[in-house]
Design a binder for this molecule. Structure first.
Ligand code: CP
Length: 306
């Protein structure tokens, strides 16, 4: 039962609970009218202390497709956080108006803190470079839709693996599935954090760290590209030096398997050439749409209307 539960990081839900969400998302995708109006009278607060296109809009679309309504802000400058109000007080206010809260915040741990002050469920829409669990639900649903299951995969993560919260959440979630191997492809400065590699070692998950996307390409079933995140760098020179270090183009795609799946949480900058968009293996725009269905499944479950 997910009713009343918060989602702060992928481990909060069991595999069975996630499987239930994927089945529900697939039903919602197939049957446009299923659960329509089930959330009538319910309110979702979307509190975005950092910019977003997909996560905020897909949550708002999800809530409205379920018949519910949204309130909130897309820019903390328009909220009383800009006057110095604490996160705890902002959350107390939002929780007194809404039935659930979706929050993105630049500080690691902010969503967990929010959940401790909130009497209504809190969904982490990204806390700094830490976790982004609903992106992970989106990623897993996409793999499942395109392959039929989430097992026996070699998954490559490429780009900014240090600050990439979507990578941290996906690696953690995938480590719970059968026969998953991982390749972490990044420059030395942006390697995946040690807490992730320690967690994989503890679970006996096979993984390799490499600098070469070309070497990794032929081995991969899924390639998860990520953007080098300007907003997390302290130094503009380092960002400029590293930003275009990996560019997935047609030449590199030719090195990949025929049934390779290319994922990207988006937004992309230069790391996937637009020429790749027409390749049937490019799944990142489908992935963004699946995100809306899985968020419909999540909202209807935590609000207890299904
Ligand atoms: N994938 C993702 O989190 O995109 P946004 O930053 O646009 O929400």
């Amino acid at each position: 039962m997910l009713k009343g539960r918060s989602l702060i990081e992928p481990g909060n839900f069991s595999l069975e609970e996630m499987d239930g969400l994927f089945c529900l998302a697939e039903k919602l995708e197939k049957e446009e009218t299923y659960l329509r109006d089930s959330c009538r009278g319910k309110l979702l607060a979307t509190l975005f202390f950092e910019p977003s296109t997909r996560t905020r809009l897909s949550f708002e679309a999800a809530m409205q497709r379920l018949g519910g309504s949204c309130l909130g802000f897309a820019d903390p400058g328009s909220s009383s956080a800009s006057k110095g109000e604490s996160l705890a007080d902002t959350i107390r206010m939002a929780a007194s108006y809404a039935d659930a809260i979706v929050m993105r915040n630049p500080k690691e741990g902010a969503a967990l803190l929010a959940s401790r002050y909130s009497p209504v469920p809190v969904i982490n829409a990204g806390d700094g470079g830490h976790h982004h669990p609903t992106q992970t639900l989106t990623d897993l649903l996409t793999i499942r839709r395109l392959r039929g299951n989430i097992e026996n995969l070699t998954v490559g993560y490429c780009g900014d693996l240090k600050f990439g919260r979507t990578v941290h959440s996906l690696a953690k979630a995938l480590s719970r599935y059968k026969n998953i191997k991982m390749l972490f492809i990044s420059p030395e400065e942006l390697v995946v954090p040690e807490y992730i590699t320690r967690m994989l070692q503890k679970q006996n998950i096979e993984f390799t760290e490499t600098r070469s996307l070309e070497e990794a390409m032929p081995h991969l079933d899924v390639l998860y590209m990520t953007r080098v995140q300007r907003e997390r760098f302290f130094n503009e020179e380092d960002y400029i030096r590293l930003k275009d270090i990996y560019v997935l183009n047609k030449e590199k795609m030719d090195m990949g398997k025929n049934d390779l799946i290319i994922l990207h949480p988006l937004p992309r900058v230069n790391e996937i050439s637009v020429e790749v968009d027409a390749d049937p293996r490019a799944a990142y725009f489908k992935q963004a749409r699946y995100g809306m269905y899985v968020r419909m499944a999540l909202l209807s479950s935590i609000l207890g209307v299904v």
